[in-house]
Design a protein around this ligand. Structure first.
Ligand code: DGI
Ligand code: FE
Ligand code: FE
Ligand code: FE
Length: 188
């Protein structure tokens, strides 16, 4: 539809070529999942994928301003772009792209850290971002296969591997990342 073309044009203008192309590959993969899972609302999947990294190239100052102005959790100020571009980015997507569908905004908020509770849309965006055709890391073909067989197992795979990767480089772990790990990976 015309809406779709207009949104793609806006994102082409807002993002570097490198990121814009990533976003298009995430959209293609997300639509594959949607069809595979029998999800009806392709338009919702499409918009969520297209906007998911909208804020990724914004400055720290811009994120800090939004956190303060919108009274978001002040602890966010202790984090950086990796955490901000989803959680704070959702506010920019709402205000600047007029995306008001809370299911889409939540999928953006959850796309980096996952969450304890995830909707099918959340899982589709979380996994499409991770295994889109441009991604290349050890195990990517395995996780592609796992995810197409069972998207929940894909979510668990990504959550476990991302936490391992972050710990191996002694990165700061955002608390929600640990909560996602406890919910999806840890033996209960
Ligand atoms: O924006 P993309 O690069 O397409 O993908 P993304 O939003 O899933 O971001 C992935 C990056 O975020 C990846 O390098 C790992 C990082 N990340 C995820 N959880 C955490 C984190 N970084 C830190 N420091 N802490 C986390 O808890
Ligand atoms: Fe992202
Ligand atoms: Fe991701
Ligand atoms: Fe992404």
């Amino acid at each position: 539809a015309g809406n779709h073309e207009a949104l793609v044009a806006k994102l082409r203008g807002a993002l570097s070529d490198f990121r814009f192309e990533h976003v298009l590959r995430v959209e293609a993969k997300a639509l594959e999942f949607a069809e595979h899972l029998g999800v009806k609302d392709f338009e919702q999947v499409s918009v969520a994928a297209l906007v998911h990294d909208y804020a990724k190239e914004r400055s720290a100052e811009e994120f800090q301003q939004v956190i303060v102005a919108k009274h978001l959790d002040p602890d966010l100020l202790n984090w950086g772009n990796a955490i901000w571009h989803g959680v704070v980015g959702a506010e920019m997507i709402h205000d600047e792209l007029q995306v008001t569908d809370e299911d889409i905004l939540n999928a953006v908020r959850r796309h980096t850290t996952g969450d304890v509770f995830m909707t099918t849309l959340d899982k589709i965006i979380y996994m499409a971002d991770y295994i889109e055709d441009g991604r290349d890391f050890p195990g990517v073909d395995e996780v592609r296969e796992v995810t197409f067989n069972n998207i929940d197992e894909g979510v668990a795979w990504q959550t476990g591997h991302t936490l391992n990767y972050l710990m191996a480089k002694q990165a700061l772990i955002y608390p929600k990342t640990i909560l996602t790990y406890n919910a999806w990976v840890a033996q209960k």
